[in-house]
Design a protein around this ligand. Structure first.
Ligand SMILES: CCCCCCCCCCCCCC(=O)SCCNC(=O)CCNC(=O)[C@H](O)C(C)(C)COP(=O)(O)OP(=O)(O)OC[C@H]1O[C@@H](n2cnc3c(N)ncnc32)[C@H](O)[C@@H]1OP(=O)(O)O
Length: 156
C-alpha cells in the first residue's frame, strides 16, 4: 500500500480540512486509513504534546482518531458497496452523528496506536462503525460511531 491508497487522500479539497483527517490541515492529525480485508486500519504516532497523565495519551486524541477513522471507513464502505472508485462522483461525504468511546486502559504515548474498524450496519444514509484501539497489541479503547451522509444543506 502507498500513502495515496489512503481513503483520506481521495477526499475532495472542499472537505479535506478536517482537524482529524484533512490532508490540507497542517495543524491536524492527517490520519491515513486503508482497507485490510473487511477491516479498516489507521496507525498513528501520538506526539508528546498529546499527553494526559504523563506517559499516556489524552482521551480526546483517542476519541478524535476513532471519529475520523470511522467517518473515513463509512465513506469507503459506501463506495465499496456500490462498486465505485473513491474518486468517482458524486462523492459520498460523511459526518459524525454519534461518537461513543469506552476507555479500557491508559494508551501509552510513546508507541504507535492502531485503530481497526468494522462496518456494523449500512442503512440508507447511515453507516455504523465499530472500532478497537490497540497500543503494543493491547486493547485500550473501543468506539462506536454513527456516521451520516452529509446533507446538501449541512450547517444551514
Ligand atoms: C472520497 C470520500 C469523500 C469523503 C468526504 C469526507 C468528509 C470529511 C468530513 C470529516 C468529518 C469528520 C468527523 C466530524 O468531525 S463531522 C463534525 C461533527 N458532526 C456534525 O457537525 C454533525 C452535525 N449533525 C448534523 O448535521 C445532523 O444531525 C446529521 C447530518 C448528522 C443527521 O441529520 P439528518 O437530518 O441528515 O439525519 P436523519 O434524521 O435523516 O437520520 C439519518 C439516520 O441517522 C440516524 N441518526 C441521526 N442522528 C443520530 C444520532 N445523533 N445518533 C444516532 N443516530 C442518528 C437516524 O436515526 C437515521 O437512521 P435510521 O433511523 O434511518 O436508521
Amino acid at each position: 500500500m502507498t500513502a495515496m491508497d489512503a481513503f483520506q487522500d481521495h477526499y475532495p479539497d472542499n472537505v479535506a480540512h478536517c482537524y482529524g483527517c484533512g490532508r490540507l490541515n497542517p495543524h491536524g492529525h492527517q490520519i491515513k486509513t486503508i482497507w485490510d480485508g473487511d477491516e479498516t486500519v489507521t496507525v498513528y504516532q501520538p506526539e508528546p504534546f498529546h499527553t494526559s497523565v504523563p506517559g499516556f495519551a489524552y482521551g480526546g486524541l483517542i476519541a478524535s482518531l476513532i471519529d475520523c477513522h470511522s467517518t473515513g471507513t463509512a465513506a469507503a464502505a459506501m463506495y465499496r458497496q456500490e462498486g465505485r472508485d473513491m474518486d468517482s462522483l458524486p462523492a459520498f461525504r460523511f459526518v459524525t452523528a454519534s461518537l461513543h468511546v469506552d476507555f479500557l486502559k491508559p494508551t501509552p504515548i510513546d508507541a504507535p496506536v492502531e485503530i481497526r474498524g468494522r462496518v456494523q450496519e449500512i442503512k440508507g444514509r447511515k453507516v455504523v462503525v465499530r472500532t478497537e484501539v490497540r497500543s503494543g497489541g493491547v486493547l485500550t479503547a473501543r468506539g462506536e460511531v454513527v456516521a451520516v451522509q452529509m446533507p446538501e444543506n449541512f450547517g444551514a
